[in-house]
Design a protein around this ligand. Structure first.
Ligand SMILES: [Zn+2]
Ligand SMILES: [Zn+2]
Ligand SMILES: [Zn+2]
Ligand SMILES: [Zn+2]
Ligand SMILES: [Zn+2]
Length: 311
């Protein structure tokens, strides 16, 4: 009697675990089960905080997109940085599938606001400091959530209220900039020698069109085959003039709807992008986003042919 009850329970437990998903390599440690833990000024190898050293996690386990599973983030304190508990996962390193990082502040809850000639950290206008948003919140594609756009006035530029979101910075459905008027809602019409503005017919003057492929924030961690590892290692080796970098691990993350947008694109190219660990998963979830601050060659997303440059 006792034995049959026990067997029944085991079957139930097995069914519950198979229903959750399948084991996939742990995205935190790249499947090695070990992570580098900062100790004082050095580092020590310890058991991974997510997979507890097994190197595998259930595919339903979502790493926190803010801290990439470390549970800690670098917070600016005065002129320096301090490690604090992640504001999104509260130090756990994993999140509920309902958690969507605020696309405006990437989960920080704070943004750099231009004040006079400098910048000041203020509470994010989209998430109000929470760092996360509802699934129906989409950044305005015209102003990237700022609520303001730059408009030419004579020989200079002035900040005016965004014509798409009317200053809110967010919209309630996924929108794409109109490819005809690039968000302006107006096009130039040439009549004889005079040029006049008329409403854009593609977007009916709105400046935006509905996004057909909705960018999903769901990323899928996939197994890396030996061939794929060799392909990446070969690429990393050949791309370097100095041959000083050696590939140690590969994590393969697929974003089905973002990749669907690129299928068949003739412009595809493999390039390197250097980033902080905490930004990697956010990029995989929402794609690349233009930063608030200009880099060496202006505002843009920077890629390199040689990984040493990115590093
Ligand atoms: Zn792990
Ligand atoms: Zn976190
Ligand atoms: Zn925010
Ligand atoms: Zn806007
Ligand atoms: Zn248009």
């Amino acid at each position: 009697m006792n034995l049959s009850v026990t067997l029944f329970l085991i079957v139930l437990i097995t069914m519950a675990t198979t229903a959750k998903g399948k084991p996939v390599p742990c995205g935190r440690c790249g499947g090695s089960g070990q992570i580098n833990q900062k100790v004082g000024f050095g580092a020590m190898k310890t058991h991974c905080n997510i997979c507890k050293g097994s190197g595998k996690i259930d595919s339903s386990v979502l790493l926190c997109p803010r801290c990439s599973g470390t549970g800690n983030i670098n917070t600016k304190v005065g002129f320096g940085f301090m490690e604090t508990h992640c504001n999104i996962c509260k130090g756990k390193g994993t999140v509920d599938p309902s958690v969507i990082l605020c696309p405006r502040c990437s989960g920080k809850g704070q943004i750099n606001q231009k004040v006079g000639f400098g910048f000041m950290e203020t509470s994010c206008n989209i998430c109000k400091g929470a760092g996360k948003v509802d699934p129906n919140v989409h950044l305005c594609p015209r102003c990237s959530g700022k609520g303001e756009i730059k408009q030419a006035m004579g020989f200079t530029f002035v900040d005016v209220q965004c014509n798409v979101c009317h200053g809110a910075g967010k919209v309630d459905q996924p929108l794409t900039l109109c490819p005809t008027c690039i968000g302006q809602g107006q096009v130039n019409k040439q009549t004889g020698f005079t040029t006049a503005k008329e409403p854009c017919s593609t977007c009916k003057g709105k400046g935006v069109i509905p996004t057909t492929v909705r960018p999903s924030r769901d990323t899928v961690l996939q197994d890396v085959s030996l061939e794929e590892f060799k392909m990446v290692a070969d690429f990393v080796a050949k791309a370097q003039a100095s041959k000083s970098l050696v590939l140690s691990s590969v994590v393969k993350i697929i974003n089905p709807s973002l990749s669907a947008k690129f299928v068949g694109s003739k412009n595809e190219k493999w390039l390197f992008h250097g980033s902080r660990l905490e930004s990697c998963i956010a990029i995989c979830q929402g794609g690349y986003k233009l930063p608030d601050h200009p880099g060496m060659l202006g505002v843009g997303v920077y890629f390199a042919l040689d990984p040493n440059k990115s590093i």
